[in-house]
Structures are given as C-alpha cells and as structure tokens.
Design a protein around this ligand. Structure first.
Ligand SMILES: [Mn+2]
Length: 249
C-alpha cells in the first residue's frame, strides 16, 4: 500500500491516467491525495471529477481556488470567466453527484506528519490552530455563510503564494519566488510549521515541484504544458509525467 500526493490536475485527465500507470497505482490498496484544483483551464475536468468520485474511497482531496470557482458558478455567485473550461461539468447528467462530492471536500487535510492545503498557511496563525480554523471556514463555506474573517482564511488556504511579514497577501504576484515584489515572501518562509510536520501544497506553478524545509510544492504546471507530479509519501519518491498539452507528450 502506497500513498501518492499529486499536484494540480486542472482537467488534465490523460496526464493523470498516465501518471497513475507510471506509479503502478493499485486501486485496491493505494491511496491518492490531490492538492486541489482538480478542474478548469485544462481539457477534461469532467473526466477528472468522474474518476475522483468513482475512486472516492481511495481519494483524499482538498479544495483549490478553481474548484471553488466551479462551485460558485453552480450556485450563481460568480460570473463565467472567458478562460473557464468546465462547461461540460455543468451540463453533465451526473453533475449533481460530482458537485456534491466536490463541495464536501475540506480545505485542509492533516494525517500523520503531513498537512495538505491547496495554497498556503498564514504567518498570522499558530500551527496548533490551523486545523480548527480551516474546519470552521469549510463549514461556513459549505453553508454559504462566510464572514469576513472566514473568507480571508479561505483565501489564504486556496490562493496565497507570497505575503508580507505581517501576513498580508501579495495577491497579484504569480511568478517565481525570486521575482516577488519587495516586502513579499513565500508564505512557507514565514508560517509556523513544527519540525515534525511537512506541508504539501499546490497552486504555485511558477515555483514548480519544490522540496523545501518542512514543505513540498506539488504544482509542476501540467496545465502550463509542463508536467504532473506524484510524491510517494512513504519514501519521498517523485514521479513526473509530461503534460498531455506539451508537444511530443
Ligand atoms: Mn490554484
């Protein structure tokens, strides 16, 4: 039995299938952790969701900003973006089950030494309170009654890449850490992470696969024609599959 943590799939279903074949995924014994953004921008969001739901006893997923965008489109609280590629999900006969599954995913998953979120943790939080803050925000999100503080928590967990020393998100910056605006730092350089914990995250394609101190970034930019990455949690082995969108893949 092995556990594979996989970065942002974003509708790259062919690449996901190839990556699962590459690692020799055994659906009877292995587990898959998905770091959020299962959907959007890529070609096959519907296939990714159907696969996740049909393997829901094997799959642990946290919500990313694109997953939340899809859910907001469904309940009409967000307008379509020109770049949305998940219309087939909205029209699918099984959309109710798929969206019900997606909407009940958490914002954070903690198990053993690992903590998985889509984006980041705030330097304003102590590690001890992170799980409860995320659970409270998840509950409010599911009920559609986020207050300002809970919305800020959702933003950090699903959208943050860099922030100031006081924990203010540097919202617009999506590039690599080295090019961040003055006073903006990768969140993981500032957040409190205990020695015996490792935070798994996605969302930062320009960072790429990244093994840092107590953090591992898993978004290697599948939807940007780069690759999809799986990390085997038991031994740290890394597997990468070239994106189906790259030429020659
Ligand atoms: Mn994202």
């Amino acid at each position: 039995m092995a556990t594979y943590a996989i970065g942002d799939v974003q509708g790259c279903f062919i690449t996901l299938e190839r990556l699962l074949a590459r690692v020799g995924f055994d659906s009877a014994n292995d587990r898959i952790w998905l770091a959020g953004d299962l959907v959007n921008r890529g070609p096959s969001s519907l296939d990714v969701l159907r696969w996740a739901v049909s393997h829901s006893d094997r799959v642990t997923a946290v919500l990313g900003n694109h997953d939340l965008h899809l859910l907001s489109r469904v309940n009409g609280t967000r307008k379509p973006s020109r770049r949305d590629t998940f219309d087939e999900v909205l029209k699918a006969p099984d959309r109710h089950d798929l969206l019900e599954w997606l909407s009940t995913r958490p914002l954070l998953h903690q198990e053993g030494e690992f903590v998985m979120v889509h984006a980041g943790l705030s330097p304003r939080w102590t590690f001890a309170e992170v799980e409860a803050l995320a659970a409270d925000a998840s509950e409010a999100l599911a009920a559609g009654r986020l207050d300002t503080e809970q919305r800020a928590i959702v933003d950090v967990l699903t959208r943050m890449r860099t922030c100031t020393k006081s924990g203010e998100m540097c919202d617009d910056y999506t590039g690599p850490p080295g090019g961040a605006p003055s006073g903006c730092f990768p969140w993981y350089e500032l957040a409190e992470i205990p020695e015996d914990k490792t935070v798994l995250f996605g969302h930062w394609a320009a960072l790429g696969f990244y093994r840092g101190e107590r953090v591992i970034g898993l978004d290697s930019g599948c939807v940007w024609k780069k690759s999809l990455t799986a990390l085997r949690l038991e031994d740290g082995a890394v597997f990468q599959e070239p994106s189906e969108l790259s030429s020659g893949a």
